[in-house]
Design a protein around this ligand. Structure first.
Ligand code: PLP
Length: 281
């Protein structure tokens, strides 16, 4: 099947699936989600995604009662039905189905689980990216993986219109993250990255990257860096579950990075090794 949808127990071709109009995800984006990469029935860094998902549910006070084992079984059923060698696995939980009112619905909320599996071609590792910068106009809950992504959507669309792949948010002169990625630089042998506060999503791939740097004896500085530092960096690195580890070749049309090939290759190869070992590909 080309793409699979699952909603509260019903599975079918994604293009034929529907959700009720009064699911709170529809009119408030009142929910949280995860997005992972799967090969066959294996999901890369699944435990880390499940941990973050539980943190998001807690931050939003969504009483999602399905235990981890049952959720994993359901996700695996969807992957099995899709039967894809490589797929993007997405799931979200919304608070409830109820008439539109800002406050939580009265009584016991019944959260809705939605799952999508879509075929994915894993882009060749090391494919460089074109970036643009964009003002970070988001709120102060960027650490929670909520469905509220309008500034991210608009910034990524702007990147596309500029012939680029991704937008890098800048808040008060400092780089936070990308529209759907984390952003890091290598400078003088040190990997610099924004700390995990409320202005970035604590990326699963970011955490993996930091672990790999440790293994490669590359020191890490978790301190916000200025927008200018992107242009003087030895390398600008981008991470996400679906993209893996990439580097930037241009930002706002200006050539960047390419000055620390050796460390970049060490990091990239360490990531690919980790991916292959876990996914057995
Ligand atoms: N930052 C944002 C805003 C994201 O949406 C994402 C992924 O969707 C990331 C960072 C990267 O996170 P991860 O490595 O967990 O995919």
């Amino acid at each position: 099947m080309p793409a699979i949808g699952w909603y509260n127990g019903t599975m079918g071709p994604l293009s034929e699936m529907t959700v009720p109009m009064n699911d709170r995800a529809v009119y408030f984006g009142d929910g949280c989600y995860e997005a992972c990469l799967a090969t066959g029935l294996r999901v890369f860094a699944l435990e880390a995604h499940l941990d973050r998902f539980e943190r998001s549910l807690k931050a939003l006070s969504i009483p999602f009662r399905m235990d981890r084992e049952s959720l994993v079984r359901t996700l695996t059923d969807c992957l099995a039905a899709a039967d894809e060698p490589c797929a993007a696995l997405y799931w979200q939980v919304s608070r409830a189905t109820a008439q539109r009112m800002h406050a939580f619905p009265a009584g016991e909320a019944k959260p809705n689980l939605l799952i999508m599996v879509t075929p994915k071609t894993r882009s060749a590792s090391g494919t460089p990216m074109k970036l643009i910068t964009a003002e970070d106009v988001r709120y102060a809950m960027c650490d929670v993986k909520t469905l509220n992504l309008i500034p991210n959507v608009l910034a990524n669309e702007r990147a596309k219109e500029c012939g680029a792949d991704e937008a890098v948010f800048v808040r008060n002169g400092f780089v936070t993250e990308g529209s759907h990625t984390n952003v890091h630089i290598l400078k003088d042998g040190v990997l610099c990255t924004h700390p995990t506060d409320r202005y970035i999503l604590p990326g699963v791939t970011r955490a993996i990257l930091l672990g790999l740097c440790k293994g490669c004896s590359i020191p890490v500085s978790e301190q916000a860096f200025a927008k200018d530092a992107l242009f003087s960096a030895d390398e600008v690195l981008i991470t996400s579950s679906t993209l893996g580890v990439r580097r930037a070749e241009t930002i706002d049309g200006i050539a960047v990075g390419g000055r620390d090939e050796a460390r970049y290759q060490r990091i990239l190869q360490a990531y690919e090794r980790r991916f292959s070992e876990e996914m057995r590909v």
